[in-house]
Every structure is written in structure tokens, then in C-alpha cells.
Write a protein that binds this ligand. Sequence first.
Ligand SMILES: Cc1cc2nc3c(=O)[nH]c(=O)nc-3n(C[C@H](O)[C@H](O)[C@H](O)COP(=O)(O)O)c2cc1C
Ligand code: SF4
Length: 517
Amino acid sequence: MTRVFVPRDSGALAVGAEQVARTIAREAEMRNVPVEIVRTGSRGLYWLEPMIEVETGSGRIAYGPVAAADVAALFDADLLAGGACAKRLGPPEHIPFLARQTRLTFARCGIIDPRSLADYRTHGGYRGLERALTLGPGGIIDTVAKSGLRGRGGAGFPTGIKWKTVADTAAAQKYIVCNADEGDSGTFADRMVMEGDPFMLIEGMTIAGLAVGATEGFVYIRSEYPHAIAAMEAAITIARRAGMLGKAIGTAAHAFDIEVRAGAGAYVCGEETSLLESLEGKRGVVRAKPPLPAHQGLFGKPTVINNVLSFAAIPFILAEGAQAYAEFGIGKSRGTMPVQLAGNVKHGGLFETAFGITLGALVDDIGGGTASGRRVKAVQVGGPLGAYFPRALFDTPFDYEAFAARDGLIGHGGVVVFDDSVDMAKQARFAMEFCAVESCGKCTPCRIGSTRGVETVDKIIRGEDREKNLEVLADLCNTMKFGSLCALGGFTPYPVMSAMTHFPEDFQAAPRLQAAE
Ligand SMILES: Cc1cc2nc3c(=O)[nH]c(=O)nc-3n(C[C@H](O)[C@H](O)[C@H](O)COP(=O)(O)O)c2cc1C
Ligand code: SF4
């Protein structure tokens, strides 16, 4: 029976993958040809979704983007034998966007059936856990530390140090919490992992549990991700039934289980302490630190809280060794980063690459410039709190320190592209407005400052006392940067100041007022 792979990933579903799957089944039945439809995650080439693949004697052949209306013609063109037609993309691994990647974390995504533990194992799954069991807690933490892995949620904190802190804190109960709130604009890598390779996340969290002595884990998934929630719940149930979660992990005496929790729908609930409050059933308000979550986290117990991509990197690191991961990257940014190209970009999608590639290579070569065909004016990297970089900074290598040196951040790896029709004063206003709407309200610089910020940008846009208000805005940004309790208020100045610094012409008086002056 020929196997046809159709993604069940949200991005593919949004452009009709469900109808495509159903139409393929119907067409095969009508033509009396046996077909097994395997629902996968996405390969992450979103401009080609729904991208389907057919298993042939010489490997898989991809077709895309495929609409339900194309299916009959594809069968006429001998789809099941990999026949030629306008939609044929060839072997997926030869498509340049995929061929140029270094897929360590996303090696299986889009290839395996996310609801098949056997498929996961066939493609190398659970080899990391096997190795972890032979190493023991100290050996696991040492391996993670030597790999150089830094948290992929935003702050880039070394994962090995975090785990060691929790391991060294004595307590009868410890927790593993996975931050799957993925609130950053233009990001979707966490969702792709959960929908396309959920056992990898389960394996990574299980290894963390072994390392620090935790027996319970939670995955806090944003409520806007119903498909990821369903995929994780299905995978957890399968893993539990197979004895890979529960009272004993495989043949080991260690107990570890995972529960899924839906997020509360606020950006600030992605901030780790606010997330813990939300998990405890309270309002998502940021906690003052110390104590660190590693000492007193969920329900006051020592807690490892990591991003999905951080946990997802763990199985590879344990299976292949710290050096195999650390040999990729530059400086203190080791391994690979799943970069997410989004916004006004021709080839939007997931591009996993070793750290060190320049921003310009990502946007122009890999992304192919803007979808609109106009000139790229600005790129916001690192979510809504990330700086806007102009073309002049496109030589910046993707590296935590290099971005920080230019007052930017990598964050969760989101790259949002804007063409020359964007008004950067409006983007600065949006940053302040976003902060005002999403602020948890605990500290004054963020709660009040963001609202004053919106008013001040409005005055600048209207041309009221422009020079004076630009100074007020810079001063306000300084207060928010140094006086806020968490990075929501503390980093909102980055998009605002970068817009003012790199695009000063957009902060001049509106044409109407200029004419009147
Ligand atoms: C306002 C705000 C929102 C955040 N949102 C997320 C998020 O959606 N996902 C995430 O993993 N980290 C988010 N973070 C970072 C977390 O606080 C924390 O650093 C991260 O979960 C730690 O995991 P890591 O070390 O694996 O990156 C956010 C931080 C702030 C200040
Ligand atoms: S900076 Fe904003 S979100 Fe963070 S604690 Fe203060 S008020 Fe809350």
C-alpha cells in the first residue's frame, strides 16, 4: 500500500490540509488504489503548505502547495509513483530551504507520525533517555552543561546551571515545567514541535526529571494552540500506556508523569513566575525574584522551567553527546537555533541553523526578501520586545552576544520582516500599546509608563513639541528599562528606541503639519 503523508500541523490545516487528506482518500477509493494516509507535522516550508509527500521506491517525493481541487489531476499524473507535474517539488531534502538547514531538533518533524511511538523509536527516539539512565543525574547535568545549551525561551540562560541549581536544592517534591506559552510575534517553533514530534518533548522533560529528581511535569500550552494541546495529550496517553511515563520510566525505578495545562491567554503568562502563578490557579502576575523558581517555584517547590525548544534539544544532546551539539555555533551561542521567518517574507517558515549565520543571509537569501516584492525596511527579531534592525545591521550574526551588542535580542528566534511601507513611529506606538495592554500591573514603570508612552508617541506623530517629546520618550524608555520588575516593561524600550534611532525620519512631523509649518 502506498503511503501518502499529509501534515496535520495548524499552519497546514489553516490552508486546507484536512480537505486535501479527505480528498486523497476519496480519490484513491474511487480509483480502487490502496493508499495509507499518514498525518504528520509540518516540514516548516509554510509557503508550500499543504505540502504532501508520497513514499516511492526511491524515497519520498513532495508536492505543494496542494489544494483539494488539485488532487484528481495529481492522481492523473501518477502521484502515487512520484509522477511529474507542476506541483512536484521532488525529494523534500533537495529543496534548498531544507537542504541548507542543520536539523538537530527538527530532524523528525514533518517526517514521522506524531502519534506513533514506534515511528519515534525507529527515527532515533528515546536513545537520549537510554543514555541518560546510564549516566545518572550528575552525568546528565554535566552533559547538558558541556553542550553549551542556553534557554531558547528568550533570556538565553545556561540550561545546565539551571538544572544543577534545582538538583542541589533539597526537597521532597520537585517539578519540571515546560513553557509552551509561545507568545512572541512571528514564532511557531514550539507549536511545530508539539504537533510534529511530541515524544521528543516528553523525552526531554523526562530526562530533566531524572536529572533533578522531579517526579511531576506540566506543559503550559497557550490556549490558542488547540491542535498542539490535542497532540500533546495524545502523545502523553500513548507514552503512559507504553510505560514511558508513570510510576516507572521504562525499566528504570524512577517515576515521572506529565500533565497538560491550557494557558490563560495573556502574553505575560509566558514570563516564568507569572506562568507559575497561573499554573497554581491564580492570576498571572509576576513574582519578585528572589526566590528563584529553581529554589521555590511551583507550589513553592524547586522547579525547572524551560522553553519547549530547550527541552526538545535534550534528547539529541544525550544521545549524541555534548560535543556533537557544541561543535555547531559561535562564541557562547552553541548548537542550533530554530529560526522562524515570518511577517512580510517570501519564504516564511522554520529554518534550523547553527548560530552564526547573518541576519541578512536569513532575510534575503533564505527568506527571499519580502512577499510584497518591495524593499525590506526593517526586521524585528526576538518578538514584540525585540529591536527593529535596519538593513545597515544585516551583517549581525545570529548570536546572543552580537545582538545584545547592537541593543537587540534573539529571544525565541522570531524574525518578522517589514517592507518599506511600514511607518516606524506607528510601530513604536504599537510597542507601547502592547505593553500597556499586556502589563500585569505589578510595577509602576510598566503599568503607567506604557500608557504615557502611547500618549507621547501620539504627540510626536501629531507633531506637537516634537523635539521635547522625543526627549520625554527617551527618558521614559530609560525609566522603564531600569525600573521595571520584569522584561515586559524592561524590554519594551528596545523596539521603541531602535525605531527612533534607526528610522528617525519616521518621527518627523506628519506631512500635513510639515506643510503648515
Ligand atoms: C513578558 C514575557 C513573556 C515571556 N514569554 C515566554 C514564552 O512565551 N515562552 C517562553 O519559553 N519563555 C517566555 N519568557 C521567558 C521566561 O520568563 C523564561 O525565561 C523561560 O521560560 C525560561 O526557559 P528557558 O531557559 O528554556 O528559555 C517570557 C518572558 C517575559 C518577560
Ligand atoms: S514590568 Fe510590567 S509585566 Fe513585568 S512585573 Fe512590572 S507591571 Fe508586571
